[in-house]
Design a protein around this ligand. Structure first.
Ligand SMILES: [Zn+2]
Ligand SMILES: [Zn+2]
Length: 305
């Protein structure tokens, strides 16, 4: 059951109650961070989250509102006594920026492994060491600089059927192996396959995160049937549409249209313009386009089941 906390919902500049972009996703004590805007480590403290749970960081693009918090966060991570290497994933064009940020950390007590992701095609990432049930996919977005959307898919194991295991007279010490999908040979020589003692396959949990982009149609397929779709919505008024087209961003209304087309379960808006002080005033209008829209605030949280 992944737990998701939106640490910062601001785009461009922070406000006193709105930090810059960052998303925290944790399952079984292993956390992934997507983007690390200024203030991210302060948001960790505010929401009672532990830096020591971070297993990997993913960066969408090189703009400051998505990366400027990285150096401070890594320094604080060093103070937690971390010695395990930390993987950071980012597009090719963001590597230089990340390396410059690493340079000011002045020797961390752990290694940082920088992984380059292609920016002109989608990629699938699996990190079995972190969570064998998690798959991460990227989507090239359309921004002023190369930018990647991320989709986290958490597979769910089928439920274990103890009645079936008992009926087959399988000793309890083999149940865990069978539940994790293995085939076991019992002391009496019988071979038991996991499907004999588990239920129907269950649909995975999907979380899609796209920010800093035009509302390109590819996002619809990428976010299809997501349990949670987190998408930018810089402004809520149509007089900003032309400027959003020029700056390669989108309106809250665009995000709602994408959410509806993609048939997602819920949409969280994020990455508001600092001049959009009260995005909640658009709630009623946005619900006309897509009913389950949430105009997120910093600290927005959910556990997906
Ligand atoms: Zn941004
Ligand atoms: Zn940007």
């Amino acid at each position: 059951m992944p737990n998701i906390t939106l640490l910062g919902t601001g785009g461009m500049l922070p406000l006193k109650d709105r930090f810059l972009t960052s998303l925290y996703v944790e399952q079984n004590g292993n956390a992934i961070l997507i983007d690390c805007g200024e203030g991210t480590q302060v948001a960790f403290a505010q929401h009672g989250l532990k830096l020591s749970k971070i297993r990997a960081i993913f960066i969408t693009h090189s703009h400051a509102d998505h990366v400027a918090g990285l150096a401070g966060l890594l320094l604080s991570l060093g103070n937690t006594g971390r010695s395990d290497a930390l993987p950071i994933f980012c597009g090719d064009s963001a590597v230089d920026t990340i390396q410059h940020l690493l340079a000011v950390t002045g020797g961390l007590p752990f290694d940082v492994h920088l992984h380059r992701l292609p920016e002109n095609q989608s990629t699938t990432i699996k990190i079995n060491k972190i969570d064998p049930l998690l798959q991460i996919d990227t989507l090239p977005l359309k921004h002023r600089v190369p930018c990647l959307g991320y989709r986290l898919t958490f597979a769910k194991k089928p439920e274990f059927q103890p009645q079936q295991a008992k009926a087959l007279d399988i000793p309890v010490q083999y149940w865990k192996q069978l539940h994790s999908g293995e085939t076991v040979t019992l002391p009496d020589g019988r071979k038991i396959d996991s499907v004999q003692v588990t239920g129907e396959p269950r649909p995975p949990i999907k979380i899609t995160y796209t920010t800093d982009t035009l509302p390109i149609s590819e996002i619809v397929d990428f976010a299809k049937d997501s349990d949670l779709f987190i998408c930018e919505g810089m402004w809520g008024t149509f007089d900003k549409k032309e400027s959003m087209n020029q700056k390669c961003h989108m309106l809250m209304q665009d995000a709602c249209t994408l959410a509806k087309k993609a048939n997602v379960k819920r949409l969280w808006l994020t990455h508001y313009s600092p001049a959009e002080k009260e995005p909640e005033i658009y709630a009623e209008e946005l619900q006309q386009i897509y009913e389950t829209v949430i105009i997120s605030k910093d600290g927005q949280e959910i556990t997906l089941k």
